[in-house]
Design a protein around this ligand. Structure first.
Ligand SMILES: [Zn+2]
Length: 294
């Protein structure tokens, strides 16, 4: 207490958000330990979220194994585990905010339709890959704007409309955990041309990853998102969605991905690098940290 005022301190909050679709491997351990230690060193909080929105692939047995491996690694987390499968109503409410603002449209294209459209040179559309693999050519955006919502069909974000009147989208980024944050600026034209109209609601009425992740980071009051380089390209999308939904934008830190001896990125299915396998072979948590250079 200073002169009767209580000084509110800023608490750093990081998170680890695995999908329970396979074993925790060295790459996950790197991400989890990095986020955990970053929060702990600064007296902050580390949170856990299970990204089990894809119920066709998520398995309780994998979630149990992931939690067990994280405990074994010595990681503890603040508060209850947040599960995406329990937050579907919240995602629907966020989607409705975008829909009510007129920023979403129904897309009835098949994968083949999109592939054919982007490969047709006379269309003049970009074939540049983006976080959603191919930039959507906008086929349904240009259709009658009064088109009704079609049950079961995906909804896309009209990116040009969402960014209307803005020249750039920015967010704070740490290049390393020791550096000062710098501003990462993405110009609007780049986002519209190279990222485009991303899916917000998938065809099975399932909220898309980009929507769920920004809603969840806000719900967990995450101040610093520490995650792999593979999501760096998606971060401007997240900043756009945060602004459209009136949510705060955390500071981001993208770490290099752990690769195997041949330089190949560790896939979830790469059971040879599973933490459970190292445990069975007698590894220690300190040994795992040494293996990944932490
Ligand atoms: Zn379409």
């Amino acid at each position: 207490m200073v002169l009767g005022y209580r000084v509110e301190t800023f608490v750093i909050r990081t998170r680890f958000a695995p999908s329970p679709t396979g074993p925790l491997h060295l790459g996950h351990a790197y991400s989890a330990i990095t986020a955990h230690d970053f929060a702990r060193v600064q007296g902050g909080e580390f949170l856990l979220r299970i990204e089990d929105i894809d119920q066709s692939r998520a398995r309780p047995v994998w979630e149990a194994q992931i939690l067990d491996d994280l405990h074994w690694l010595g990681l503890t987390w603040h508060g209850p585990v947040l599960r995406q499968s329990e937050r579907l109503t919240t995602y629907s409410e966020a989607i409705e905010i975008l829909n009510a603002a007129g920023l979403l449209y129904c897309c009835t294209c098949t994968r083949r339709d999109i592939a054919q459209a982007v490969s047709a040179p006379q269309e003049g559309v970009l074939t540049h890959s983006c976080p959603d693999s191919t930039v959507y050519p906008g086929t349904c955006r240009s259709s009658d704007e009064t088109i009704k919502r079609i049950e079961g069909a995906p909804l896309r974000l009209n990116m040009a409309l969402a960014l209307n009147g803005r020249s750039s989208v920015s967010f704070m980024e740490l290049i390393s955990l020791q550096s000062l944050p710098k501003i990462n600026i993405n110009n609007t034209k780049y986002i519209i041309d190279k990222i485009g109209d991303i899916v917000i609601l998938r065809k099975n009425e399932e909220a898309a990853y980009h929507l769920a992740v920004v809603v969840d980071d806000a719900a967990q009051d995450i101040t610093h998102v520490v995650r792999g380089d593979d999501l760096k390209l998606a971060t401007p999308i997240h900043a756009v969605l945060q602004q459209l939904l009136g949510l705060p934008t955390p500071t981001y830190m993208h770490h290099p991905l752990i690769r195997d001896e041949t330089g190949k990125r560790l896939a979830k299915r790469d059971d040879a690098k599973a933490i459970s396998k190292f445990r069975a072979e007698g590894a220690t948590p300190a040994g795992i940290r040494a293996m990944i250079g932490l």
